[in-house]
Design a binder for this molecule. Structure first.
Ligand code: AMP
Length: 190
């Protein structure tokens, strides 16, 4: 099963994708996690991405498209994968379509987690306080406000893009985490 999890920062995509990974053998592919690992390892990509990420902007499309294109062919993705944080704009969605079609793959579902923006700020505050090794560089009020703006301007249209293909299913992300997981499992028929 090939899935996309869509939703603003703090909506719970990462938490829910990690749960599906452990319980249903779908590989969670988080471009944010991969980029943070590249920043920590000070690779060429990491050095390029560090400041862009800290301010809450998007790293260049070719960087993330390249990462995902290589990763989805790995053997641990053969039972399926969840794209968490990708695609983040229409150009990435189009690049994903082209790459999947080249590889003979098709998307099953785009799951959109809906959460009120007021709630997001509260969740990010909790997350920053709980992150081991200190908060993420972009979990501060200024970067979060910018990430939400980038989401509205560039990522929200991705939902419409997939809605036109009939692939989008919505989940109420305001519910407690376990109920969200139950809803997702039911929607996906897992
Ligand atoms: P996330 O962990 O998904 O919130 O991503 C953290 C940051 O990584 C984002 O604010 C961007 O700077 C960068 N990033 C993650 N995924 C993408 C993507 N698909 N396209 C561009 N930048 C991304």
């Amino acid at each position: 099963m090939k899935l996309i999890f869509l939703g603003p920062p703090g909506a719970g995509k990462g938490t829910q994708a990690a749960r599906l990974e452990s319980n249903h053998n779908l590989r969670q592919l988080s471009t944010g996690d991969m980029l943070r690992a590249a920043v920590a390892a000070e690779t060429e990509i990491g050095l390029k991405a560090k400041d862009i990420m800290a301010r809450g902007d998007l790293v260049p499309d070719e960087v993330v498209v390249g990462i995902i294109s290589d990763r989805i062919e790995d053997s641990d993705c053969s039972d399926g994968f969840i794209l968490d944080g990708f695609p983040r704009n229409i150009a990435q969605a189009e690049a994903l379509d082209a790459m999947l079609s080249d590889k003979g793959m098709t998307l099953d579902t785009v799951l959109e987690l809906k959460v009120d923006h007021n709630k997001l700020l509260e969740r990010i505050r909790i997350r920053s306080a709980q992150t081991e090794g200190g908060p993420r560089d972009d979990d501060n009020e200024e970067a979060l406000a910018h990430r939400l703006k980038v989401y509205e301007e560039q990522t929200a249209p991705v939902s419409e893009y997939y809605a036109q293909k009939g692939l989008v299913k919505h989940v109420d992300g305001m519910q407690d985490m376990d109920t969200v997981t139950e809803d997702i499992v039911e929607i996906l028929g897992l």
